[in-house]
Design a protein around this ligand. Sequence first.
Ligand SMILES: *Cc1c(COP(=O)(O)O)cnc(C)c1O
Length: 420
Amino acid sequence: MEHRDLSEADPEVYKALKNEVERQESESLEMIASENFVPRQILQAQGSVLTNKYAEGYPGERYYAGCEYHDKVENLARKRACEIFDADHANVQPHSGSQANFAAYFSQLDAGDKILGPVLSHGGHLTHGHGINFSGDLFDFATYGINKETERFEKEDILQAAKEHEPDMIVCGYSAYPREIDFEMFREVADEVDALLMCDIAHISGLVAAGEHPNPFPQCDIVTTTTHKSIRGARGGMILCKDEYAEDVDSAVFPYSQGGPLMHQIAGKAVCFKEAMRPEFEDYAKQIKKNTKALAEGLRKHDLELVSGGTDNHLVLVDLREEDVTGKEAESALEEANIVVNKNAVPYDPEPPMVTSGIRIGTPALTTRGMEEEELEEIGEMIGKVVKNPRDSGVRTKVREKVSELLENFELYEESGVEF
Ligand SMILES: *Cc1c(COP(=O)(O)O)cnc(C)c1O
């Protein structure tokens, strides 16, 4: 076997990677609420020789020999995850959040069973029962929605839906909900109809890890998450659960829905959890919340409506129904100004999903870069200006210049030894 430098072995891929690190470093403000930047130590773990080995099974009971160090790494990841989230058991093998949800459902349910989950356009995820996803195809999903008055999830609505549909499982946890989740309320509802309670904390797991959002245990039975959003780790998924579900969860991941685990990714998860236990991570999560409030403040200066009137977490959802612009137009106007957000349905949105009347804006990535309230409030104002003048290219040019200045002052990978 011939070892060569990537730049020589595959100049095309090398160039794309170099361009991508440059794009991340200096092209635009990254405000997709589900994205983040990982530190060098996580990239190192992910780019390791753990990619070489089959480790089907679990630590101490693998189907292949030679897993001593794989066991060590996976045990570290499991132990740290349990400690962070106060869980009895962790399965760190799901390849992604969607895979984690697949296995979590099948650990307790059979195809055709009834699940009550959030409406997709009210903050739910495709894996919460959408028809184009396995979840909607294989399970009998019913939905609950956001309260029209408060624009929050309220007990009366969820209880009513639960009583009407008598689900086997209730799912909470969202992709676009700017408020805290009330796990006690969900537990009460689940108990009333004798359902299991699952929470998908894909977006908020960093806040939960730092104690900046309530922990889903002990109220929830099974908890799923991604490991690459606010918790800032290797791309992947994880399932946490109480003891009584541990065996079912493990067998629903392997052998039921996956084969060999991505051990290099699991090493990245282990490092991510170690990072998340540091006091610095707590500061980071606190800063995310402060930054999102400052962002909301900046948006309000331009009289933009926020779903539920504000935010308790890492994102805001701007309601554009009263504005002269759709979510789709706002997204592309902002993209031209080098501010990257995504169009997002707002509750009771009159526009179709590819258009929408909202934009979702998150702060985890910019907080990772070191930006604070002053910058986020200014960015909120910049977004406000672009959204209020969606057809004025002069505004976009000015904002773009300001974005470049900001990025120069908040170095990301340049001095860290990360080549790509
Ligand atoms: C992102 C997300 C997922 C899916 O994660 P993938 O890793 O993209 O499969 C699942 N649930 C929620 C709530 C999410 O936000």
